[in-house]
Ligand binder design. Structure first.
Ligand code: FE
Length: 134
């Protein structure tokens, strides 16, 4: 059920996020492969939720999956993301969401590198990046 509070939050998000960030995080859209700004991003630091700034992933667990989306083999901590079964678009996938605000981030696939066997396939549009200070 949509409450007046949800409507205020939605107006705030539509103003603050780009249309692409809004479609991905609030409407479960997927950005086009190889289109996102963090696909080939290799700087050291932390990837945060673009909606609520929750720290989600680190550059240490980012790897080049060749898929066209930023890929991580582990989240920063287990409690930062949630997963839930997604049967949309005729597929059976595990959706990955921000555990703090519920933003849609991407999907989890069981074809990751040997460190975990997991591939967190994440839309650049759901992320912000905070470089590590040195
Ligand atoms: Fe969030």
């Amino acid at each position: 059920m949509t409450t007046p509070k949800d409507e205020i939050r939605d107006v705030e998000l539509r103003e603050r996020l780009t249309p692409e960030q809004y479609r991905v995080t609030q409407q479960q859209a997927t950005e086009a492969a190889f289109s996102g700004k963090y696909v080939d991003h290799k700087q050291d630091g932390t990837y945060t939720c673009v909606v609520c700034a929750n720290p989600l992933f680190r550059s240490d667990e980012k790897y080049d999956s060749g898929s066209g989306w930023p890929s991580f083999w582990l989240p920063l901590a287990g409690d930062r993301v949630h997963t839930k079964l997604d049967e949309s678009h005729g597929m059976r996938r595990e959706e990955v969401l921000c555990a703090n605000c519920g933003a849609h981030l991407g999907h989890l696939f069981p074809d990751g590198p040997p460190q975990s066997g997991n591939r967190f396939c994440i839309n650049s549009a759901s992320l912000d990046f905070v470089p590590k200070d040195d």
